[in-house]
Design a protein around this ligand. Structure first.
Ligand SMILES: [Zn+2]
Length: 343
């Protein structure tokens, strides 16, 4: 009996080493402690066949082995549990050194960038930024701007009408009227925003585009103030000395009115066959002039006491110039390959 137990002890130690996971544990445990035919159970049955003395000694040996085996199995079970836990932790571990997935970042549209730059310059010159409706009545779109009945600007081939009374604004000038009604002179405002015209898209035209208008009303405002304001603005925008040129022109809402040109920022009026000014040395900015007395009157501002100047130009064209882009349709095509270049 003693030899049998000693053999069993050896066997058990070897079996213990085969336990690598929970199913091995159960197998070894059953092998020794199963109620039906576990090795320990079988030994207990053998005890009955022995003499009382032999039984006492053998009983003690079996008991010792049983305690030993149970203890070993318990500690093996503990170890399995610990290993399972640390495996689970290992699986759930987050490696913060692995490069992450970089989310696709958006960027401001080039026109938005240019508009912000333009706004910043005017704000630094004491202007406020005004916003106004993109759909407005004929009063704000035309009447108050001194645009007479029958003027081409009012034609439905130029303007998108919603009905007889409402139209998509074809210039941001409607905001000037709203601003003059809301404010008391003196004031300085700019109105950047979308405008709409029935144009066929080409490299320099689009049915929807962006414009900015400026308006200053106060006492003793002159063309000289207009010139100084635009020159200062352009010099800040292009960061170089600029010369301004007025060409007499007619716009119903200003008198006198002028087409405004500025000296080429690229070739500085050297007329060297430059691609920006086409060798003329001048770049067209837009229309400007002194606010027509009828417009001031329509907004209940006394033209005897106050005068003002107004100007407007296209933000899209300015953006194209700033970034050296030759076709403004790129701005509205929504092609990310184009748009993401402006970060
Ligand atoms: Zn030039």
């Amino acid at each position: 009996m003693k030899d049998t137990i000693s053999e069993l002890h050896k066997q058990f130690c070897a079996d213990l080493e085969t336990i690598l996971e929970a199913t091995d544990f159960q197998r070894v445990r059953d092998q020794y402690f199963s109620r039906k035919n576990g090795q320990v159970t079988l030994l207990m049955k053998e005890l009955g066949k022995l003499s009382p003395e032999e039984r006492r000694d053998a009983g003690k040996l079996i008991n010792d082995f049983k305690n030993f085996a149970e203890q070993e199995l318990d500690s093996r079970q503990e170890e399995l549990k610990r290993r399972a836990e640390s495996l689970a932790l290992e699986r759930e571990r987050v490696d913060i050194s692995i490069p992450g997935h970089r989310p696709a970042l958006g960027s401001p549209h080039p026109i938005v960038r240019a508009r912000q730059r333009i706004e910043d310059i005017f704000v630094s010159m004491g202007y406020s930024v005004e916003d106004g409706p993109e759909i407005d009545t004929t009063f704000y779109n035309f009447d108050a701007l001194n645009i007479p009945q029958g003027h081409p600007a009012r034609e439905s081939q130029d303007t998108f009408y919603i009905n007889d009374e409402l139209a998509l604004r074809s210039q941001t000038s409607n905001v000037q009227i709203h601003a003059m009604q809301r404010r008391k002179p003196p004031f300085r405002v700019i109105a950047p925003g979308k405008v709409f015209r029935r144009d066929t898209p080409d490299p320099t035209h689009n049915p929807m585009f962006f414009q900015v208008e400026g308006l200053t009303v106060g006492k003793n405002i002159t063309m000289g103030d207009l010139k100084g304001t635009l020159q200062t603005f352009l010099e800040k925008l292009f960061n170089r000395a600029i010369t301004l040129r007025f060409r007499p022109s007619y716009f119903p809402f200003v008198e006198p009115g002028a087409e405004t040109d500025f000296s080429c920022y690229l070739c500085a009026s050297k007329n060297s066959g430059c691609r920006v000014c086409k060798g003329t040395g001048w770049i067209e900015l837009g229309g400007s002039g002194m606010v027509h007395p009828n417009v001031l009157q329509a907004c209940n501002i006394d033209p005897q006491e106050y005068s003002g100047f107004a100007f407007g130009f296209g933000i899209d064209r300015m953006t194209a110039m700033l970034y050296g882009i030759d076709d403004i349709r790129h701005f509205f095509a929504g092609d990310l390959r184009f748009l993401t270049q402006f970060r």
